[in-house]
Design a protein around this ligand. Structure first.
Ligand SMILES: Cc1ncc(COP(=O)(O)O)c(C=O)c1O
Length: 384
């Protein structure tokens, strides 16, 4: 075990070849404690006699157990995916929507939150948007847009480009009072913001696993409240868990109803050993550290950066109010067109942040510390 450098919550990450990784909103690094899980999966695949039958069930079951602790929800309700888009497509294609029914989205939201619903327009479903310029999507900005045909509101919990965090509680209560399903894309939040789905007024949440949850690319989950799950009309049944739950033999009769609940919607080849096992280790590590601690740490680093940023040279894109802030800070040079140059200069100085929709974006996570923020501020001070 490496020494935990001062001010960081975990010593399990890096050392990033000496660089500073402040870009978990793009890719969260895998913790080193996940390496034995990768090695184990690899060794078994090199010698397949070591892949025992039970592992096809046990490996995803352990991941679901970790996700269930993370989300405070029963393990049976977790659906494993391979992305954010997987779960959102399941919901967009599965929620029974008729012609003239409305889905309300936010203009400027990340495309993964928008695209799954757009295909429904071909059958007359109306896709409407909270207009741009609504810097913060709030109960007040949404309420006037609801009609008696609104069936779904789907929003990103934290906006990838601005770092704005919506108020799940207020918007969820609004949806509930109008009997509208509230679907949330949590990809820029789950892992850096605490969530208790046993209490939150959310009907479904999806997230990818490769950002704040520090898993490999090609990971994700979906959770759907049972009242909504029961209504999904989606033609998907996966032979493997069904057989496993029944006679455990390769002789399933056609027809009949599914013997399982949410897991019928798991991504096929659910026991994707090389991905699932290390992602499980990453989530278990985050849980050991504690999501509330991680949130305080990450938001604290983001606030430190914001407080020190030279306002004569940089404009802050992210919200000023702490209640709308998140672990993501977007900012921009006041000199038009200078951001790509600054982004390159930072990369040359060994500091990795993102350039998104023309703005610069910083996203610290549990392995970052005050020294990383100081290095970024120092490099920005020298950038011209
Ligand atoms: C809000 C949000 N959703 C989803 C994604 C990625 O989508 P997927 O997991 O489907 O690749 C990103 C990636 O940047 C994102 O910021």
């Amino acid at each position: 075990m490496h020494q935990r450098p001062e001010g960081r919550l975990s010593a399990e990450f890096g050392p990033f070849s000496g660089r500073v990784w402040l870009n978990s909103a793009h890719q969260g690094p895998l913790p080193r404690c996940a390496i034995p899980f990768v090695t184990d999966a690899l060794e078994r695949k090199l010698e397949p006699h070591r892949i025992d039958d039970d592992s096809f069930v046990a490996v995803p079951a352990r991941l679901k157990a970790a996700l269930s602790r993370l989300l405070s929800t029963p393990v049976e309700e977790i659906i494993l995916g391979n992305s954010t888009s997987y779960g959102l497509h399941l919901l967009a294609n599965g929620i029974p929507l008729q012609a003239d029914d409305e889905v309300l989205l936010a203009e400027g939201d990340f495309p993964a939150t928008i695209l799954p619903w757009c295909g429904l327009q071909a059958r007359g479903v109306r896709v409407r948007f909270v207009p741009p310029g609504e810097a913060s999507i709030s109960r007040a900005s949404i309420e006037p847009l609801l009609t008696r045909r609104t069936r779904v509101v789907c929003l990103s919990w934290v906006n990838s480009f601005t770092g704005v965090a919506i108020d799940l509680e207020a918007i969820g209560e609004l949806c509930r009072s109008h009997q509208i399903w509230f679907v949330v894309n949590g990809s820029q939040a789950v892992g850096t913001r605490a969530l208790d789905l046993s209490r939150a007024p959310v009907d479904a949440i999806v997230a990818c696993g490769f950002k704040w949850l520090c898993g490999p690319y090609g990971t994700g989950f979906c959770w759907v409240r049972s009242a909504l799950l029961d209504q999904l009309e989606y033609n998907q049944r996966y032979w493997l868990p069904e057989l496993w739950r029944t006679e455990h033999a390769f002789s399933y009769r056609p027809g009949g109803s599914p013997v399982i609940g949410a897991e019928r919607y798991d991504v096929f080849c659910t026991a994707n050993f090389l991905n699932v096992a290390p992602w499980t280790a990453a989530i278990e590590h985050l849980l050991d550290v504690g999501i509330e601690r991680i949130q305080t740490h990450n938001d604290g680093l983001a606030a430190t950066f914001l407080d020190a940023l030279d306002r004569k040279r940089f404009r802050v894109v992210s919200p000023s109010g702490p209640e709308q802030r998140s672990s993501i800070v977007a900012f921009s040079s006041v000199e038009p067109g200078n951001n790509p140059h600054i982004h390159r200069q930072l990369a040359q100085a060994g500091i990795d942040i993102a350039l998104r929709r023309g703005d610069l974006r910083v996203s610290p996570h549990l392995f970052n510390g005050a020294a990383d923020i100081a290095a970024l501020l120092g490099a920005l001070g020298e950038s011209r």
